[in-house]
Design a protein around this ligand. Sequence first.
Ligand SMILES: Nc1nc(=O)c2c([nH]1)NC[C@@H]1CN(c3ccc(C(=O)N[C@@H](CCC(=O)O)C(=O)O)cc3)CN21
Ligand SMILES: CC(C)C(=O)C(=O)O
Ligand SMILES: [Mg+2]
Length: 274
Amino acid sequence: MSATASLKRLMPSDIRAQKGAAPVVVLTAYTTPIAKLADPACDVLLVGDSVGMVLHGLSSTLSVTMDMMILHGQAVMRGSDRALVVIDMPFGSYEESPAQAFRNAARILAETGAGAVKLEGGVHMAATIAFLVARGIPVMAHIGLTPQSVNTLGGYKVQGKGADAARLMADAQAVAGAGAFSVVIEKIPARLAGEISRAIEIPTIGIGAGVDCDGQVLVIDDMLGLFSDFKPKFVKRYAELGTTAAEAVAAYAAEVRAKSFPADEHSFFDEAKK
Ligand SMILES: Nc1nc(=O)c2c([nH]1)NC[C@@H]1CN(c3ccc(C(=O)N[C@@H](CCC(=O)O)C(=O)O)cc3)CN21
Ligand SMILES: CC(C)C(=O)C(=O)O
Ligand SMILES: [Mg+2]
């Protein structure tokens, strides 16, 4: 961001090393001004494919494109100089083969300067994660509720209940064994998330996964109260900026109609006013 930035940007190895030492603080960011605001307080800024739903009005993440992720990734890099920037690989850009995943992940890192990519999947994506890591691409994994699989999961439901717990533990161990530097665990029972966090050696980043994860992530628009269509149980609203903004817009509209804005102080005159 600034030419004189003295702090070195955090790297995937720094995040990995926070396990057992300091909780990993993650928020999404999609734009330069939001990145500027979140960078000083966060360890990781995640350019999530949630950008499609939050900023572009899409009804799921499935139609998010490589070009969208790269454009928003570039904007977030310009607004940050401390946090590690991680960019979601969009649906369809990595599932076909390790070679396809490498080609698209390399393009994301080359065109944005970000430090890592994130992709969804456990046991079935472990070979791809290992392929990327062996070729210089740090990977954050994402297991549990994986929104790109909403159509096969049958909705945005809690994962890992009952007999599914063993499958989720296997997913966590597979992505850790494949060399991921951390793993997002979404919408699973808190007790299982704690067991997984204790069982693997990389930091778990929870969203709807309880307090025993090694870090937490939220969509920033959700926690700021800016994305009002969506209030799942795991979101805590730390502000109500959507309400504040709507009130400001209403006040502006009323003043324009009443001709009380602009006042002299917002206007220009060719002579000093008497
Ligand atoms: N704004 C936003 N926040 C997110 O956390 C988020 C996205 N978008 N988009 C990508 C994925 C999708 N995610 C989701 C989506 C739905 C639920 C969920 O619990 N849905 C409830 C209804 C929630 C509501 O609308 O109040 C459900 O029953 O389906 C959870 C995570 C998480 N991610
Ligand atoms: C919610 C987080 C983990 C994510 O994947 C996204 O924002 O797309
Ligand atoms: Mg995502």
